[in-house]
Design a binder for this molecule. Sequence first.
Ligand SMILES: [Mn+2]
Length: 246
Amino acid sequence: MYFISDAHLGVGNDSLKRERELCNLLDQIKDDAHIVVFLGDMFDFWFSYKYVVPRGCIRLLGKMSELADHGVELHYFIGNHDMWIFDYLASEMPIKMYEEPCIIRYDNKQFLCGHGDGLGHLDKKYDFLRRVFRSRFNQKAFAMLPPRLTFSIAQRWSRSSRQSHSNQENHYMGDSREGIVIYCKEQLKIQPVDYFLFGHRHTPLDVKIEAGNRVARYVNTGDWLNHRTYAHYTPSQGLQLLNYQA
Ligand SMILES: [Mn+2]
């Protein structure tokens, strides 16, 4: 079982190289992966219209559908950059799409997965924007604008969102400042979880989470944008954070 996040395809001069490397990883794991979980922001920006889809990212889309056809179970947690992907992927291949964190069961273990944005509610302004952008009514209104306008608004939002999140330090900031850690502790109080997996922080992390007499691990996959890190679980070796090797 593999977990990958935050490739942000479409941004930067090395986007194509990043995409090729990601496809290469998916090729490497194709035969032994039962499940691949994408933890969001694989695309830097996406908007699916009813009849039209954006340009680009065909290698990844092709590789994902190849894995799905090969019998690999695919899951996709929508991120804050690709939140307007809607039903496009699921209409092209067997893949399970999620807008909010959700538990995936494998090997009698509970993996609580999600993208990770807005968790812990440390940023009220972001909570508000998240609701605005995820409202079905606003999405429908947005889809009626001509793409030229939609894309320029969206690219500005994407850039500002990347800049505001880049204020977050690229190391562990402490339990009270890590929104995802706050969320993990709350969840562990309510239900048993073995592993929490998130992206969005762009920082590979492996944190022990304790609540009452329950203990779990929170692993952040880092990102494919800068770190080329991902997580791998096997029943014999448990959960590991790994670096991509060409
Ligand atoms: Mn994100």
